[in-house]
Design a protein around this ligand. Structure first.
Ligand code: CO8
Length: 481
């Protein structure tokens, strides 16, 4: 008898699940068996493995285990997943259901929702053509200035940038920056940002407040309702005091605030921290804010990097679902983070620079990467990450209506979505903002979520996913309430 001939274990009825749930001491008002998860996989390791072993002497007998999941809803409205295994033993055509194994205890932590999003977009934008024109001038000057070393073979001549390459290789057409004039000045190649005094709001705090105001308005909240601010970004304006604490003061929030940095994954990592704080009761209304001033640490002098990044700031309000004032609420069904060390994206600027024996090359103190290797290594990592997260949460990829992916490279996003869905995604399934915004580091996936969620309906599932330096990867499964 081949595995495909084996009879399938019968799905327990909703009534049976309900009864079993009651035996666990819980009351459920609604039980829905997730049919698509029924035979999705077999246990390959751990305690269940021994049950899978067939008897060598009785080829016509076998034991089969099926993973089962049910979505349940408590009288309070809180929804969650229950998992268990059902076993079936059969000899020839006769089968007996043997076990309905124990429930995995479901979390009793409260449900958490995203109740507002905000976006700050600088008012200055640079097209690929403008960027290429400026770098071409700078490159020709550099080659001229270093003509002798180039002729002596001590330095390599720098190649000119190409606008057609940029759009084809990355999908980026333009980017917003805080200061266009400084970036495009061939003698400067960096934004000209004012140095502010201690009694002025810092630039990073200022753009954070702008995004937060929009997010709070959506949530029907004011700064006085907030009792935690988590500021995540790929570079923070200063070492201390935390910019998050400055933002906390500026919006009139209570509680606590801190900065954190996981590069492009700073938003999803901050979301998980916010969700944890809300679930464990250490905060009741959390603002996550991602002010990315990438233009201040991008290398506009190198054609490999000059086109990649743009500035923007996103903000999210997270609250316990029961506390939400808005009906436009996105319940967080699960969060998952992953890191794996790599030198392929690196910036060595830091407080140790002035104490180091050897002076570092200027290009080491801004963004640099081996983009091709990042592309090849990160795409499979992220697709596997999302697949594992969805499977563990009981949501088949086909049930996900939208993926709000990190916005680094269009081809990367298509490859990742294909690795999850098994087909090329429709534009609608993995919306793109990088054509207009370029890579805004941690803000990218949240810009996509902010701009492309209004059309989804109650019950629609989505995944916010970031990835980048570290390597790091974070996914947040959300459901429109
Ligand atoms: N114009 C013309 N030619 C160019 C240009 C250009 N602008 N740039 C590169 N080339 C050339 C290269 O020199 C190379 O030439 P040759 O073959 O002679 O050596 C050729 O084009 C091909 O280069 P690549 O193989 O590098 O080209 P790819 O097809 O790989 O495309 C990309 C390059 C677009 C960079 C692509 O590799 C990519 O997008 N990779 C993924 C990158 C990524 O996602 N990185 C994540 C970084 S974001 C992050 O983690 C946050 C960090 C913190 C934020 C920092 C803010 C500043």
């Amino acid at each position: 008898m081949s595995p495909s001939d084996e009879p399938q274990a019968a799905a327990p009825s909703a009534m049976a699940i309900s009864n079993a749930a009651r035996r666990e001491g819980e009351e459920f008002t609604h039980v829905k068996v997730d049919e698509q998860a029924r035979y999705a996989s077999y246990p390959a390791s751990g305690v269940h493995e021994s049950f899978m072993t067939r008897s060598a002497s009785t080829a016509r007998s076998a034991l089969r285990l099926c993973p089962m999941r049910a979505q349940t809803q408590r009288p309070s409205g809180q929804r969650q997943f229950r998992q268990w295994w059902i076993g079936q033993w059969w000899i020839g055509q006769r089968s007996t259901t043997l076990v309905s194994m124990s429930f995995v205890p479901a979390s009793t932590a409260p449900s958490v929702s995203i109740t507002g999003t905000g976006l700050f977009t600088p008012d200055q934008s640079i097209s690929n053509d403008e960027l290429v024109a400026s770098l071409s001038v700078a490159t020709e000057r550099w080659n001229e200035e270093h003509g002798a070393e180039i002729a002596a073979g001590e330095l390599e001549e720098r190649a000119l940038p190409d606008g057609a390459f940029i759009e084809k290789a990355s999908g980026i057409a333009s980017r917003y920056v805080l200061d266009k004039v400084g970036v495009l000045d061939p003698d400067r190649m960096a934004p000209a940002l004012e140095t502010r005094s201690e009694d002025q709001l810092s630039i990073q705090a200022e753009i954070a407040v702008a995004a937060i105001e929009e997010a709070l308005a959506q949530a029907g909240r004011t700064g006085a309702d907030v009792d935690a601010v988590i500021l995540g970004a790929s570079n923070i304006q200063r070492a201390y005091p935390a910019v998050a604490i400055e933002v906390q003061m500026a919006i009139g929030a209570k509680g606590w605030a801190y900065d954190m940095n996981v590069a492009c994954s700073s938003a999803t990592f901050s979301i998980q921290a916010a969700v944890d704080a809300l679930k464990n009761g250490t905060a009741s209304c959390v603002v996550v804010v991602n002010p990315e001033i990438t233009s201040a640490h991008n290398n506009f002098e190198m054609r490999d990097f000059h086109f990649i990044f743009g500035d923007a700031c996103t903000a999210l309000v997270l609250e316990r679902s029961d506390d939400a004032l808005t009906s436009d609420r996105w319940e967080v069904l699960g969060t998952r983070l992953q890191t794996q060390f790599s030198n392929n994206i690196r910036n060595d600027a830091g407080f140790m620079n002035r104490a180091e024996d050897a002076e570092r090359e200027p290009h080491e103190l801004v963004f640099r990467q081996n983009g091709n290797r990042v592309f090849k290594e990160v795409c499979p990592m992220v697709a596997a990450h999302i697949n594992d997260h969805l499977e563990a949460s009981g949501h088949p990829a086909a049930s996900v209506r939208r993926f709000w992916l990190h916005q680094a490279n269009l081809k990367m996003n298509q490859l990742i979505a294909k690795g999850v869905l098994g087909r090329v995604p429709e534009t609608d399934e993995a919306p793109v903002v990088l054509d207009e915004y370029a890579n805004t580091s941690s803000a990218g996936s949240i810009i996509a979520f902010h701009k492309h969620r209004a059309d989804l309906a109650t019950g629609d599932l989505g995944v916010i996913c970031s990835f980048g330096a570290g390597y790091s990867c974070g996914s947040i499964i959300v459901e429109k309430a």
